[in-house]
Design a protein around this ligand. Structure first.
Ligand code: NAI
Length: 237
């Protein structure tokens, strides 16, 4: 009898569309539940705030209180990624920041390509703080010939036909999609064919991508809906 095929790693993402993706693996660390990964960014932001306040240590309770989470939740989330912290001392802030950046992959600078140099694209290009968070918009592409050669916040718009070459040569793996809805799927395909592995999508469409590509969509209307619901409830009370 042939041997069993090797088991799929816990992070394997099977469906063709996954938004958000179900899991993540970092450097052989066992797959953690996706919400925990999302909270890692919150822990990181809070720890950076603690560090800016001059704090050297923080307990799970401190983190939980600041983020409106239970301390058990904080401990459980972080335990997914290793053993941090010491009883009676808590977490060493600087050390945990380093660990979280490593886990999230932001201990290095990621170049990102931007597709669509319209309102959103230009606003993102003008946002200087990405660099401090480990991201740099390395190239921007648009179909509008009037924009080609124009520079926004120091980055020159290139025709989309250059995407395959630029992505291949620079080995950029992340992209931001800020094109009209009807152009988004085609743009995503172009990016994926060029070698992009992660897309932050602003267009209001659910992208169909291969299983190895991670898509995260931003929808301000959904966020506003959530706030409207909460405010509605408050007004009713
Ligand atoms: P915009 O119309 O100002 O800019 C779109 C840009 O994409 C234009 O420069 C256009 O030439 C370019 N473009 C069109 N087809 C392209 C293609 N195939 N490849 C490359 N570039 C292409 O639009 P805006 O306001 O920047 O919005 C961008 C997207 O974001 C839209 O899909 C919009 O619906 C969405 N949006 C999302 C929000 C959110 O919360 N996620 C909020 C507001 C807008």
């Amino acid at each position: 009898m042939p041997p069993d095929p090797p088991a799929k790693p816990p992070s394997a993402r099977s469906p063709a569309t996954h938004d958000p993706a179900p899991g993540i693996v970092a450097d052989g660390i066992a797959a953690a539940p996706h919400p925990a990964v999302r909270r890692l960014s919150l822990y990181l932001r809070q720890l950076e705030a603690f560090e800016a306040q001059g704090r050297h240590t923080a307990s799970s309770r401190d983190l939980g209180r600041a983020l409106d989470l239970g301390d058990a939740q904080v401990r459980k989330d972080l335990a997914n990624f290793g053993s941090f912290g010491q009883p009676g001392v808590g977490y060493r802030v600087a050390e945990l920041i380093d660990h979280l950046r490593k886990i999230l992959g932001t201990d290095r600078t990621w170049d990102v390509v931007l597709v669509g140099a319209g309102n959103i694209g230009r606003a993102l290009l003008a946002y200087r703080r990405f660099a401090g968070k480990g991201f740099r918009l390395g190239a921007v592409f648009d179909t509008d010939p009037k924009l080609h050669g124009q520079s926004f916040s120091g980055t020159t718009v290139q025709p989309v036909e250059r995407i395959p070459r630029v992505v291949r040569e620079t080995k950029i793996r992340l992209a931001i999609l800020a094109v009209p809805a009807e152009a988004a799927q085609r743009s995503a395909e172009l990016l994926v064919d060029a070698g992009i592995l992660g897309i932050l999508n602003f267009a209001p469409v659910r992208l169909q991508v291969p299983a190895h590509v991670y898509v995260n969509s931003v929808d301000l209307a959904v966020q506003l809906e959530q706030i409207a619901f909460q405010v509605n409830e408050t007004e009713k009370a």
